[in-house]
Design a protein around this ligand. Structure first.
Ligand code: ADP
Ligand code: ZN
Ligand code: ZN
Length: 697
């Protein structure tokens, strides 16, 4: 029987496809399929001249298109439909972030599952490799062997009661590093996983953190299947891991922000660790916040969500203050004898007055402390959040600076070998040899200004020639597995001094570090970005948290060098007063009506010439503001160049949309979307997008 003969019995499905068109596409269900269509099913269809996969979003019995011309669905993936909460979350995100549904949903399916010719292959079992985990596990304590303290037990009990009541609740699990947050949520998850069917999700900010956590989680849950989801695994592993989660065969899903959209039919708990971390925000395509989506998903599923942090984001902390979230606090360090470090704010101006030396940015005082630590065989961290040798090369004769021609940024000096340096732009990736002479005046005496991790490493190895110095930054950890190796070197005590960027600050449980020195943190005090001080505070608290985790009741010190000891973040850092700092921040933001007291979206425009980008946003803005339905309490700022105006040859403009009402903001960006599309037809070359809840302005 041909398809046409079926006439009115035809079933039409509307399919989401990864295309820039913001709509669903109609196809006829193939009468040869044995089963009826279901929402969330992965199908293969022909689209234009190509074939691609789509996801069934609607099942209808009619279509507004010509039935004769409508194409048939070609094949169904040998899988159950995507779990309905993930489909619903994508529908929500498409509207919230103003992106086509297909662009939101399809990338949540691993690449290999997006290719029909791989479907058969994927079905076959593959042996898993887990050799390298053993190494990370070596240092770990048996999670189950540790008895929870009273505060921890109370929290586990509270969370478990939430689980039993099968209602949504969002919890802020707050406590300084080492206070036992991880152990606490693992114990809760253990109870949840007593139900053989149950699945749980743990999200972490960085893939570098997963091996360590992976090891402790696997130990904590013998007999349970854990899968990881992050960008560091092969396509095949990702496809297999996703499949196990999707089929309910994996009970624990551990991953970075991408994990949030993993289909899991029986999800019962979600943990977002280090919830304040910026890496939860996707910075391209659909610019979603994985933390926010995790909360949304938990609400949809009526399950508890835990957001854990030593330094919560102001948004989360404020929700907790307003009792929309429950606060679960851990006050003291959990491990026996572990003492929080003493934090010293070292005033460099005073030091200078007192005639103390400060060579290459490291004060005499800090050097002395380093020496003392070395003498005792203890580990130290020197934290400088800038990689490379030196942030810029300078000609003192004429003032030339090593600027990138394609970006409004300096090219950074990098040491490639002992005798060779390069200039490298951290924004567009361009790399050049260092010029022999100043391109402007011919002066051959060019000097590096400022310092990065490489320079500090070099300097420290001159001062402490016997010390083992290890550098941890994006350059030394680029190769697969190299971060793991560096971290286990540290754990095994093979490093006396660790020089590193924020990579060393996150979540690593170093037992022997008893001194942390912070140099050059002041720059972010003067950032235009209203979130800069929040970030600085969180970073420094984190790096400070690396000290004093030993069980031998050793005293430990954190020394923060600054020229501005009276600056607000330092004031609260001294006493590690997180709540005090957030309270002050809250009052500041409340006074000027910034988030969380208002909601924001940022409209971006990009073009070779700035004027084109600006004009396009202006056109859209004028049309939007004069629309009758434009909500009166939404503010639309002037169009201005971005703080970093040019990246990789593209000039960038922005326009801020702001409102006290979430709904009004939503409405306004839908209106803007409409007029931006219209304005774009006149200026086709201009790239644009709307970013919801921007994290840097
Ligand atoms: P956080 O996640 O807050 O940084 P962790 O859960 O990683 O803290 O715990 C920090 C350290 O303290 C770990 O080495 C952990 O094994 C240990 N620890 C946690 N809870 C206890 C406890 N109740 N008794 C003894 N040690 C504990
Ligand atoms: Zn010059
Ligand atoms: Zn560049």
């Amino acid at each position: 029987m041909s398809f046409e003969d079926k006439g009115p019995e035809k079933i039409i499905v509307q399919v989401a496809i990864d295309s820039p068109l913001n709509k669903l596409f109609d196809y006829a269900w193939n009468e040869e399929f044995a089963t009826a269509p279901q929402k969330g099913q992965i199908v293969q269809v022909s689209f234009g001249r190509q074939e691609c996969i789509g996801i069934v979003m609607q099942v209808l019995d009619k279509t507004e298109y010509d039935l004769e011309k409508i194409k048939k669905v070609q094949a169904i993936a040998p899988l159950p439909p995507i779990s309905s909460d993930v489909v619903a979350m994508a529908e929500f995100a498409a509207i919230y972030y103003q992106r086509p549904i297909g662009e939101v949903l399809i990338p949540s399916i691993p690449k290999l599952w997006r290719q029909k010719n791989k479907w058969e292959l994927l079905g076959k079992e593959k042996k898993s490799s887990s050799s390298k985990k053993a190494k990370a596990a070596r240092e770990e304590k048996e999670v189950n062997a540790i008895k929870l303290n009273n505060d921890q037990s109370i929290i586990v009990e509270k969370l478990w009661n939430q689980s039993i009541s099968k209602k949504f609740s969002c919890n802020l699990l707050q406590g300084i590093t080492g206070s036992g947050k991880t152990l606490t949520y693992l114990h809760w998850l253990k109870k949840v996983l007593d139900d053989d069917e149950a699945q749980v999700m743990i999200m972490v900010p960085e893939i570098n953190l997963t091996p360590q956590l992976e090891a402790s989680v696997e130990q904590a849950f013998p007999g349970k299947k854990l899968v990881v989801m992050h960008s560091g695994i092969t396509d095949r592993t990702r496809a297999d891991n996703w499949e196990k989660a999707h089929l309910g065969k994996a009970q624990i899903i551990l991953g970075t922000r991408m994990a949030v959209a993993t289909s899991a039919p029986n999800l019962k708990a979600i943990v977002v660790d280090e919830e304040h971390d910026l890496s939860y925000k996707q910075q391209e395509g659909v610019r979603y916040s994985a933390r926010d989506l995790a909360v949304w998903r938990g609400k949809k599923l009526n399950i508890p969500v835990v957001l854990a942090s030593a330094t919560p984001s102001l948004e989360t902390w404020f929700h907790a203050q307003e009792k929309r979230y429950e606060t679960l606090s851990l006050k003291a360090r959990a491990a026996k004898n572990a003492q929080p470090p003493v934090i010293q704010i070292l005033d460099l101006k005073q030091e200078q007055k007192a005639g103390k030396k400060n060579e290459h940015g490291i004060s005499e005082y800090l050097l002395n402390e380093l020496q003392k630590n070395l003498d005792q065989g203890l580990q130290s961290i020197i934290y400088i959040n800038r990689r490379g040798y030196s942030p810029v090369l300078n000609c003192e004769a004429c003032g030339w600076l090593s600027d990138c021609v394609k970006c409004s940024a300096h090219m950074v000096l990098h040491k490639i070998t002992e005798h060779k340096k390069n200039l490298c732009c951290h924004h567009c990736g361009v790399m050049k040899p260092v010029p022999k002479a100043c391109p402007d005046c011919g002066n051959t005496d060019l000097s590096p200004l400022g310092r990065g991790t490489q320079k500090i490493e070099e300097l420290l190895s001159e001062i402490f020639p016997k010390a083992n110095i290890l550098r941890v930054d994006a350059d030394t950890t680029r190769k697969k597995g190299s971060a793991e190796n560096l971290f286990s070197e540290i754990h095994e005590g093979n490093a006396d001094i660790i020089v590193g960027t924020q990579m060393i600050a996150k979540g690593h449980d170093y037992k022997a570090v008893s001194l942390v020195g912070v140099i050059d943190a002041d720059a972010s005090l003067f950032s235009q970005d209203f979130r800069a001080s929040e970030r600085l505070f969180a970073q420094l608290m984190q790096v400070a948290g690396r000290a004093g985790r030993s069980e031998e009741a050793r005293e430990s010190k954190v020394i923060i060098q600054t020229r501005y000891p009276e600056a607000i973040p330092y004031k609260y850092l001294k006493n590690a007063d997180v709540d005090g700092f957030l309270e002050e921040l809250k009052n500041e933001r409340s006074m000027v009506g910034l988030p969380p007291f208002s909601y924001q979206a940022l409209v971006h425009g990009e073009h070779k010439t700035l004027m084109q980008a600006i004009d396009m946003l202006k056109d859209a803005s004028q049309l939007a503001k004069s629309d009758k339905i434009w909500p009166s309490n939404v503010m639309l700022s002037d169009v201005i160049p971005r703080a970093m105006m040019r990246i990789a040859g593209k000039e960038r403009a922005q326009m801020l949309v702001e409102s006290e009402g979430r709904q009004d903001l939503q409405k306004s960006i839908e209106i803007l979307q409409h007029y931006l599309t219209e304005a774009h037809t006149k200026r086709k070359g201009v790239g644009w997008y709307i970013e919801r809840d921007p994290i840097s302005i």
